[in-house]
Design a protein around this ligand. Structure first.
Ligand code: MG
Length: 373
């Protein structure tokens, strides 16, 4: 072990729980590299994700609401940053490897195509005979094939720990082994984050009101706490304080429950830690399901959003079939890729990498059709 590896090991031995994933167990990379003079393996993974072009393009991809609905709401990038922040809070409190948590959080949505889950569904349908489309699987294609920051090999050459954790997200019903605890924390933080920010964005956009939300036990609990502490709050301040409480409440519950679950693992290592499935309390899980069902009915199925999704899906489908029929219209690197992986998968790679606005522009160029204002 070199001097830096010794320092990292010393620090992690002092700070991390035995069931955390240690840098010394980072399982190497596909293409061997020398160690960095002052960054550990998961710090390097995090930096590679942050500096890649697919990560930057998340700023132009919608989370739930699109750009025509204002500029307050979350994009895929700001959602990702919020997940990373909450995941780090939970990871640090549980004494897990915070660098690994952060790298996994920043990576977790990098494979999203334009137009969120609507785009994913459209591409999945188009690629039905070619393995379908999953943003979690596409994240691996991006990080191992499409990004080309190095001259000698394709991909970001992330550690195998990161790739294993991302692979485990592809089909959660088919997990032979639970992912490392750090990856589980990212999944929990993802859910905490979108439940809170979708409430915030939907109320801000007047799709739902706080009064309507009060029928939900989770919102009622948070609202009562907020009003007990500050009965004078109303309007924007009430909405924002309620959303902060919704975050705090979920994080508190998840931390308390996870701490209980990990209690008897005090002397176990990361491999044994994988035997535990971290979760929120059963009560919070039930209350989150009620909130998510409400959001599904009143927000995600809102006519304004349904119309946005329908138009986006029609455009994606038309573009997919058009590029498959005329791949020479794609940029040269994707024409080259088509010779390697087949036309359909190269078209997938081209379209899935687009931002929402680039996708609309491409569509308008191809079909000479303008977007409605
Ligand atoms: Mg997410």
């Amino acid at each position: 072990m070199n001097q830096l590896a010794c320092l990292i090991d010393e620090r992690e031995n002092a700070l991390l729980a035995p069931y955390a994933t240690f840098s010394r167990d980072s399982l190497d990379r596909q293409y061997p590299e020398s160690t960095h003079p002052y960054r550990g393996p998961f710090q390097r993974d995090r930096d590679r994700v942050v500096h890649c072009s697919a990560f930057r393009r998340l700023s132009g991809k919608m989370q739930v609401f699109n750009g025509q609905m204002g500029d307050y709401h979350r994009t895929r990038l700001t959602h990702t940053m919020e997940v990373a922040s909450i995941a780090r809070t939970i990871g640090r409190a549980l004494r897990l490897n915070e660098d690994l948590v952060e790298a996994l959080a920043l990576l977790h949505d990098i494979g999203h195509p334009p137009f969120g889950h609507a785009g994913e569904d459209a591409l999945d349908e188009c690629l039905h005979e070619h393995g379908g489309f999953s943003h979690n699987r596409f994240a691996l294609t991006i990080t191992t094939e499409l990004e080309r920051p190095y001259p000698d090999y394709p991909g970001l050459n992330l550690t195998n720990v990161i790739l294993d954790a991302q692979t485990s997200r592809i089909d959660k019903s088919d997990r032979r082994q639970l992912p490392c605890l750090e990856a589980q924390v990212v999944d929990l933080a993802d859910s905490i984050t979108y439940d809170a920010h979708d409430v915030d964005d939907a109320v801000k956009l007047d799709l739902i009101s706080i009064d309507e939300l009060l029928e939900l036990p989770l919102i009622r609990t948070c609202y009562d706490r907020v009003i007990d502490a500050s009965p004078e709050l109303s309007g924007q301040q009430l909405r924002q304080t309620l959303v902060h409480e919704l975050l705090d409440h979920q994080v508190d519950d998840t931390l308390q429950n996870s701490t209980r679950q990990l209690e008897h693992l005090k002397s176990h290592n990361a491999t044994e830690g994988r035997g535990i499935e971290l979760s929120a309390s059963l009560q919070l899980q039930e209350e989150k399901s009620q909130l998510e069902a409400f959001l599904y009915d009143h927000v995600y199925r809102h006519p304004d959003l349904v119309a946005v999704r329908r138009r986006a899906q029609e455009r994606l489908r038309s573009m997919f079939h058009h590029f498959v029929a005329t791949p020479e219209l794609m940029p040269l690197p994707f024409q080259t890729r088509a010779r390697k992986v087949g036309v359909e998968l190269a078209v997938r790679d081209y379209i899935a990498g687009m931002t929402d606005s680039f996708c609309h522009k491409q569509y308008e160029c191809l079909f000479d059709e303008k977007s409605p204002a």
